[in-house]
Each structure stands twice: as structure tokens, then as C-alpha cells.
Write a new protein. Structure first.
Length: 355
């Protein structure tokens, strides 16, 4: 019996899809919070799309071909529109953030990025006008390589983050670590910090309804230079005033950053005789991915639960977290980008030489 090329292509693509999907499942089981999941997740989506297209082409099912075409239009048109308007959308978001938040560098990331996107065509045009074509070509292609590299990892980060949002931790925890944030007027819990506390409260209530057990709650945060009380203390007082007094509450008041939040809270977990992997941490949703990395770094193999963030603040927060994650592996990225840029330069020199 002779097997057609189309049948071989369809079977091969489906087998490859299963293999990539299996690698994603294994990676998620080992660690839900890592960029590899985003790479494998995006690879799975790409292979799935290719598999469906090949199946439609070689099976010659007209209804499937039309269905794929309609789905492609529905997906691609919004992406194309956002791509064309991205710079202006970022500036619009930056204006909202400027009105509602402090004017720090971290809160102006969408402003900076929006301006860069809008002026980039003018910059490229200017380079082509004032420099020799081969020199302008090398500079522009180098810029595009850097941008493409950053976009590649950004897409992987977004996919990794979205995957974690669909994987909720089990309601069987022994402890919850609530990560601190800045206090208002030096002693008041901010709305962002309050949302983290209330997210922990909601988790405790859901767990109690399911199995009648309550985790201990560790409020983690030291005292900043502009604060009159430690964040952990202010958080505990806020929790008690919001009906969490029936829980066993602890404070960690020495930490200055997320790494120390996890490290010093781990000591309390050990003192209470609790399994290190039997907990969860509560923070803002955009912060869960990076915070999980610090938790694992200090030996806490725990997941995070995220409190909702104001929609207008999400782009800035996402970009900030993305940059922070890249900086944690800056040596790797510098080496890879250097090799790519050297390769680009070498190809440009070879092209000039052959001409």
C-alpha cells in the first residue's frame, strides 16, 4: 500500500505537535515559572497552526479551509491594527499613567517606548539620507536585530506569564507569604499592597471552605527610608482590621527587596516546622513570575497568586518586569546579541566584498 506525500506530512506534523506539547507539559511539571515554558508554548502554537493548515490542504476539506481562512482573518486583522497604532497606544497609556501615578522613570516606560516607535521611521530615513547605503544598512539591520531579539523574549515572557494564570495552586497550603510594597505617607497600606493582602485572605477562605484548614500568613516587608513603620507591621495591622484576626499572622520586617522577602520569610517557615514546598506567595499579578524565580532561588519551591492590577498600569508594570527578568541573565543576552551583531557585520562586509 503506497502512502501519499500528503498523508506523511499530516502524520509527521501531528507527531511533532505531540512531541512539542509533551516537552511543554514536562517543563511545566518541573517549574511553572520559567521562560522555557513560553518558548515551548509559542512553539506549540506555531506547530499547531502549521499542522492544521497542512491537514486542511492535504485532506481537501473545503469547510476546513474556509474555517481556517476566517479564523486567520479574525486573528491577524487586530494584530495588524495594533501594530500600526502601537506607538500612539503606548503614548495614550503613558498619558493616563502620568495623570494617575508618580512621575518616576519606571512609570514612564510606555512613554519612552512609544516615542521610540513613532520616531524610528524618521531615524531610519535620516540614516539612509546622510550615510553611505552599506553603512546605513548595517546600522539599521543591527537595530532591527536588537529589537527582534527583545521582541522574541517579550513574546516568550508574555506566553509564560499567561500559562501561569491558567494554573492555580492547590488549596492545601501550610503558609502564605504576602510580599510588601511601599507605604503611603510612610505608614498607610497602599491600594496595591491592600490588594495583595486581600488576595491572601481570599485564598485562605477558599481553602478553609474546601478542607477546613488555614495556612499561617507571613507579612514580609522592611522599613524604607521614607517610612515610619515596617511594611510587615503595617500589613498585619491592616489585615487585623479587615477580619483576618482569626488567622495565625506573622511579620517579617527586615527585607528590602523581593529576594530578601523570600529569604527572611523562609526562616519563619523553618521556625514553624512547616515543609518548604507547602506554601504560596501573594503579590501583584504582574509580579508573580519574577517573584517565583526568587522563591526558588532561596529554596522555596512555591507558586504565586496574583492580585489584580489597574488596567492602565499593566503595560508599564509588564515592561518593567520584563526588563528586570532580562537583567537577571544580562551576561547571556549580551553574549548572544554580540554574536548576532558580529554575524550581521560579517555578512555585510562579505556582501560588499563580493560586489
Amino acid at each position: 500500500m503506497q502512502v501519499s506525500l500528503g498523508t506523511i506530512m499530516i502524520i509527521s506534523s501531528w507527531l511533532f505537535l505531540v512531541a512539542v506539547g509533551a516537552m511543554l507539559a514536562i517543563s511545566l511539571k518541573e517549574n511553572k515559572f520559567r521562560l522555557l515554558n513560553g518558548i515551548l508554548g509559542n512553539a506549540t502554537l506555531i506547530v499547531l497552526a502549521i499542522t492544521i493548515v497542512l491537514t486542511a490542504i492535504y485532506s481537501q476539506l473545503l469547510w476546513l479551509e474556509y474555517g481556517i481562512l476566517i479564523l486567520a482573518v479574525i486573528i491577524l486583522i487586530p494584530i495588524f491594527v495594533v501594530y500600526l497604532l502601537l506607538g500612539f497606544l503606548l503614548l495614550w497609556n503613558a498619558l493616563i499613567v502620568w495623570r494617575k501615578e508618580s512621575h518616576t522613570l519606571g512609570n514612564m516606560l510606555t512613554l519612552i517606548l512609544g516615542i521610540m516607535i513613532i520616531v524610528s521611521p524618521l531615524v531610519f530615513g535620516g540614516l539612509r539620507a546622510i550615510l553611505p547605503s552599506h553603512v546605513a544598512g548595517v546600522i539599521i539591520s543591527s537595530i532591527l536585530i536588537v529589537v527582534g531579539y527583545c521582541v522574541f523574549w517579550l513574546l516568550n515572557f508574555i506566553t509564560s506569564f499567561l500559562i501561569t494564570r491558567f494554573l492555580s495552586p492547590r488549596l492545601d497550603k501550610k503558609y502564605i507569604i504576602v510580599l510588601g510594597a511601599g507605604l503611603l505617607d510612610g505608614n498607610r497600606v497602599s491600594p496595591l499592597l491592600a490588594s495583595r493582602i486581600m488576595r491572601a485572605k481570599d485564598f485562605c477562605e477558599l481553602q478553609f471552605k474546601k478542607n477546613k484548614t488555614k495556612p499561617i500568613v507571613i507579612f514580609s516587608g522592611g522599613q524604607g527610608k521614607d517610612e515610619t513603620v515596617p511594611e510587615g507591621q503595617a500589613m498585619k495591622e491592616y489585615a487585623v482590621s479587615h477580619d483576618m484576626q482569626d488567622l495565625e499572622l506573622f511579620t517579617e520586617i527586615k527585607s528590602k527587596n523581593t529576594y530578601q522577602n523570600m529569604l527572611f520569610s523562609k526562616k519563619i517557615v523553618i521556625e514553624q516546622g512547616l515543609p518548604l514546598d507547602a506554601g504560596v506567595f501573594s503579590t501583584s499579578d504582574y509580579h508573580t513570575f519574577r517573584a517565583a524565580g526568587f522563591a526558588r532561588y532561596v529554596g522555596l519551591n512555591i507558586d504565586g497568586i496574583g492580585a489584580k492590577t489597574s488596567r492602565f498600569f499593566i503595560p508599564n508594570a509588564f515592561i518593567r518586569e520584563y526588563i528586570a527578568i532580562l537583567m537577571r541573565h544580562k551576561n547571556f543576552h549580551v553574549v548572544v546579541l554580540t554574536l548576532l551583531l558580529l554575524l550581521n557585520l560579517g555578512l555585510a562586509i562579505l556582501d560588499v566584498y563580493l560586489k
